[in-house]
Design a protein around this ligand. Structure first.
Ligand SMILES: *Cc1c(COP(=O)(O)O)cnc(C)c1O
Length: 362
């Protein structure tokens, strides 16, 4: 066995969902499970959280279909709505709630006869300028929705652009706009992502939409997940398959990017970008090695990430031998720290995992 493993933890997902609920003051909690449950496995996450959340959010209809096929009957919110009339008919048949973010989606609702009623959340552009209808069109859009016989307008939705940022000066204005729209039509609103759940308790509205916090990662660059009361939900590990003595001055790996400053011991680990370990992880990125004495010790990446392997500097870890386990992220090494080293966010590391690491669902 190659020994490249992704351990996924149901208990920790549940703990983090309960944390979201505890912070959300009675709002309903919809777990965002798009992109294969942030790489954790869509159905695994949904089944893990079924008793702890009120519904699920997905980005594409295929994800909703997969949930229904797995027997998940909980409410599902389609975060970008539907993409065409066929999808609309299927979404209605599956009992999905739709976001309506654009004029063309409104036209779809007007022109597609439906056998079932659909619940619609109107997505408003409150300042992020990504998805959403401008507030100036609110009245016109609502009256058109009210004329669609199969449509129930159930709420106003919006998304914060900067809730995770230090010195955020935008969320408050965004919140006021979505609240205004909700009050005008006496419907609930939904705006809060993970960052807002922690930072803006007054923004929770009727429904919160936690994503990253469920997966044990911090939405904030300056706060650790542990300090936010979150538990690690996935652990990526692999085995050492070779150890090389590299004389001072010699280079290691593609491009000879890393050069030994002293006589070094370099271990080869069976994981690479073909498994989803980021190719742009620079030399010096943290990882941990479990030696024969059972102790975890810190080591660092040395040289470029290959498709199936990485090379790490274990010169200061004399006990290290072939077969030792290496943790890429998880309990010893925070995924947020790895992401920071790579100039990205944990979301991307999670989503880019491939099918190759062996999954162990706990
Ligand atoms: C993904 C997503 C979220 C969750 O965001 P996190 O930062 O992961 O908590 C919330 N709302 C919408 C519309 C989303 O697409």
């Amino acid at each position: 066995m190659r020994g490249t493993r992704l351990e996924l933890r149901s208990d920790s997902l549940r703990h983090n969902a309960r944390r979201a609920r505890q912070l959300s003051g009675g709002a309903s909690v919809f777990a965002m499970v798009k992109a294969n449950g942030y790489g954790h496995g869509l159905v695994f996450v949904a089944q893990s959280l079924i008793e702890d959340v009120d519904g699920f959010g997905v980005a594409v209809l295929e994800e909703a279909k997969a949930l229904r096929a797995a027997g998940i009957g909980a409410p599902i919110m389609l975060l970008e709505g539907v993409f065409d009339a066929d999808e609309l008919i299927t979404a209605a048949a599956l009992g999905c709630e739709l976001i309506v973010h654009s004029e063309w989606q409104l036209e779809l609702l007007e022109s597609t006869p439906l056998a079932e009623r659909v619940s619609v959340w109107l997505k408003l552009d409150t300042g992020m300028h990504r998805l959403g209808l401008p507030l100036a069109e609110l009245d016109a859009v609502v009256s058109r929705l009210q004329c669609c016989p199969a449509v129930s307008l159930v709420g106003m939705a919006s998304h914060f652009a900067c809730a995770d940022m230090l010195g955020d000066s935008m969320s408050e204005a965004q919140l006021q706009k979505v609240r205004y729209a909700a009050a005008r039509y006496e419907v609930p609103y939904s705006a809060a992502n993970s960052a807002a759940i922690f930072r803006y308790p007054h923004s929770v509205g009727r429904r919160v939409r936690p994503g990253i916090m469920l997966y044990g990662s911090s939405p904030f660059a300056d706060r650790s997940a542990a300090s936010l009361g979150l538990q690690v939900t996935q652990r990526l590990s692999a085995k050492i398959i070779a150890i090389n003595q590299v004389p001072s001055g010699d280079a290691v790996g593609y491009g000879g990017d890393w050069r030994a400053q002293r006589d070094s011991r370099i271990a080869v680990v069976a994981i690479g970008y073909g498994d989803g370990y980021p190719r742009h992880a620079p030399s010096g990125t943290a990882l941990a090695v479990k030696n024969v004495d059972g102790a975890w010790r810190s080591a660092t990446l040395a040289g470029r990430v290959s498709m199936d392997m990485i090379t790490i500097d274990v010169t200061d870890l004399p006990l290290t031998q072939v077969g030792d386990e290496v943790e890429l992220w998880g309990d010893q090494v925070s995924v947020d720290d790895v992401a920071q080293s790579c100039g990205t966010i944990s979301y991307e590391l999670f989503c880019r995992l491939t099918g190759r690491p062996e999954r162990e669902f706990l």
